[in-house]
Design a protein around this ligand. Sequence first.
Ligand code: SAH
Ligand code: SF4
Ligand code: F3S
Length: 470
Amino acid sequence: MSNDTATTPPAADKAGAANTRKVFIKTYGCQMNVYDSVRMGDALAGDGYVPTDAMEEADLILLNTCHIREKAAEKVYSALGRLRDMKQARQADGQELMIGVTGCVAQAEGEEILRRAPAVDVVVGPQTYHRLPEALRRARQGTRVVDTDYAVEDKFEHLPVTEKARIRARGVTAFLTVQEGCDKFCTFCVVPYTRGAEVSRPLHQIIDEARRLADAGVREITLLGQNVNAWHGEGPDGREWGLGDLLYRLAEVPGLARLRYTTSHPRDMDDRLIDAHRDLRSLMPYLHLPVQSGSDRILKAMNRRHTASEYLRLIDRIRTARPDIAMSGDFIVGFPGETDVDFEDTLRIVQAVGYAQAFSFKYSTRPGTPGADLPDQVPEDVKSERLERLQALLLKQQAEFAKSCVGKVIDLLLEKPGRNEGQVIGRSPWLQSVNVDAKTSQIGDIIPVRIIGTGPNSLFAEPVRDVIIA
Ligand code: SAH
Ligand code: SF4
Ligand code: F3S
């Protein structure tokens, strides 16, 4: 998963009356947090909150946080320091500013946040954000609230159904969380502690949500889960379905032209899922399948429960099923005990796979995870040097992949207006941003374009002919 920071206006309906309250949500971390921010916005809409993307004009600021690396968690406290000043200034003017912390730092640190950050009114975990309006009501009455239960009720059953206009305003691509939590316990990772045990949403909930998204004009859905390919549920045939079955079913939803899913664990790539890549035209040929390291010794210490050659064999099978598939991955350098030889193995596996896209990180010690107690922690300067070498290789592969697209005719989903008048930004099957001359009225169409050039973070294309192909 990517861990970029993004600002997520929960919806673009900005037609609030003068005395409606405004909420600003800052999203850190992975796509699951992006999805959660959207749903939190929906939950708050019932209380009259409208979204704003200007923090200064908000009556409520939510930081939807990430705990994956130390830096991510630290960012939250420095942001809270700045917000304290803002709140004090606001109070001096006799105005309200409420501050909430949600997401994985909220789950991991709970009460500690109230202690360290006096400006915070509510702390609400990822499993309880359907209770956010209630927590805010209590806070307004003077009780600071920490709600980080692993709720017994299903939050999805309690969240309001998103209105069509709100979905439409968000665009033609959407995330849909199908699975949460993780039982894998990789020794470096906080997710099993912040998000709890693996839970799959029931099939009917997912199909209903996918239908509603498609009815509102969404063309591409990315199914989300910390371990999305561990999704399972009871099918209408009474059989236990896996993610492959779910994708075959979603491919039948009218209007949905494209499907993706992220993030997968190599251990859960079963035959049915690989078959789906072979059979489903709407399943995009792009797969994020993190390996973390190329060294069997380190993979074992990380508790990934597969070897480097098992991973490579798996990729062979996936590529046999879908030869044009582009691979993406995550890597950690400097896991405790990683030697130069181990690191060379990581470079070797990268060479062997050839990634179109990748995310790489220096190992960050997370309190409470087994990795934190391991001997032979790798010095920072060694981590930095390894990260630099790995990133140079990954960037080279990324550039080669982009270049290999030049000259190809591809299907482009037109997504949003481009920087210049008369330009639209689209999304390639391989998740690249592509600039093309088109009308904004065409947004949502999938058109054939020819890739004619590459830029630093995007591609350039020209329309091939003026027809809609999906
Ligand atoms: N569920 C996903 C990963 C979620 S976290 C999976 O299993 O692949 C996203 C990425 O953050 C991980 O793939 C890993 O590369 C990185 N990451 C997780 N914990 C980390 C840590 N302690 N230090 C550095 N990177 C970490
Ligand atoms: Fe973390 Fe491993 Fe679970 Fe991914 S599979 S969320 S890396 S514990
Ligand atoms: Fe971060 Fe939580 Fe996602 S720790 S990566 S926001 S699951």
